[in-house]
Design a protein around this ligand. Structure first.
Ligand SMILES: Nc1ncnc2c1ncn2[C@@H]1O[C@H](COP(=O)(O)OP(=O)(O)OP(=O)(O)O)[C@@H](O)[C@H]1O
Ligand SMILES: [Mg+2]
Length: 266
């Protein structure tokens, strides 16, 4: 079967805790996958407080509510194109920033959105930027993803929330474990310590063994790029955080039996 006939691969980023870097990671991974020729859609599933368009400096992030309500019938009419020349672009499907119209989105809305994304034609991959928390809507979307990433930081409260996220995912999916990604680590050993703490709890209390996919370093250039509403890879293509994200994308691609992303694309 070809990738096209299977529909896009859904890759979701969640964490439980807010402010761990989910949106930054989802957008950066989207660019990394676009760079190697994948046709990518980012779905901003932070249904109440969408901020992908803000991070990208776009006036408009698409119209997800209109698609969900049926006001817009076609996905292509609800997305906007994100272009960072000379790189390949990707599409974004978000709720208009500051509208908050889906703030009370329930599991039925999340189920409808998941179904819609699974049959999104013309894409190889959909990156789902999940909102904070572990609401029914967030966990429903997470459970539908083919690859689920749980993002943790060395902050202890982020670890607790990531653990709860893992636990709820296991319960919902009957044993499928998300892969762990550590963000804002001071280095490889700090990230490994963070991942190990989570892995230990998962093993002891949940009898689960999630994979550790890798880490993104704490990097002041990330903060600067977000403040300047520009993709980090456009502003600082040589930064260690960009290299780390390219490596993560390569590992995710490799899990699918696809070629490793060329390091030269950094
Ligand atoms: N690798 C990093 N190094 C330094 N700062 C980072 C890094 N990743 C994220 N940040 C900081 O964390 C902030 C939050 O990032 P982001 O908005 O992507 O998180 P989020 O998990 O999507 O938040 P929310 O839960 O509100 O949706 C950024 O504005 C940035 O300042
Ligand atoms: Mg976010």
């Amino acid at each position: 079967m070809t990738l096209k006939s299977m529909g896009p691969r859904l890759t979701a980023v969640g964490s439980g805790k807010g402010g761990t870097g989910k949106t930054f990671l989802a957008l950066s991974l989207a660019q990394a996958f676009a760079d190697v020729g994948e046709r990518v859609l980012v779905c901003d599933a932070d249904l109440g407080l969408s901020n992908t368009a803000v991070q990208l400096g776009l006036a408009h992030g698409g119209d997800l509510p209109a698609l969900l309500s049926g006001t817009l019938g076609l996905l292509k009419d609800a997305v906007v194109r994100v272009e960072t020349p000379p790189r390949r672009g990707f599409d974004l499907l978000a709720a208009p920033a500051g509208v908050g119209s889906l703030v009370d989105a329930d599991t039925t809305i999340a189920e409808n959105l998941a179904a819609l994304l699974k049959r999104a034609s013309g894409y190889d991959r959909v990156l789902i930027d999940l909102g904070a928390g572990v609401s029914g809507a967030v966990m429903t979307l997470a459970a539908h993803a083919d690859d689920m990433l749980v993002l943790a930081t060395p902050d202890p409260s982020s670890l607790t929330d990531a653990y709860v996220f893992l636990k709820l995912m296991l319960k919902r999916t009957g044993g499928r474990t998300p892969a762990i990604v550590v963000n804002m680590a001071s280095g490889a050993s700090d990230a490994r310590r963070t991942a190990d703490a989570l892995l230990r709890s998962a093993q002891v209390f949940l009898n689960a063994a999630p994979a550790y996919l890798g880490f993104v370093p704490n990097d002041a250039r990330v903060i600067e790029a977000i403040r300047r509403q520009t993709m980090l890879c456009a502003l600082y293509p040589q930064s260690p955080a960009v290299a780390a994200i390219v490596a993560l994308a390569g590992r995710l691609g490799a899990q699918l039996g696809r070629p490793q992303i060329a390091q030269s694309l950094r």
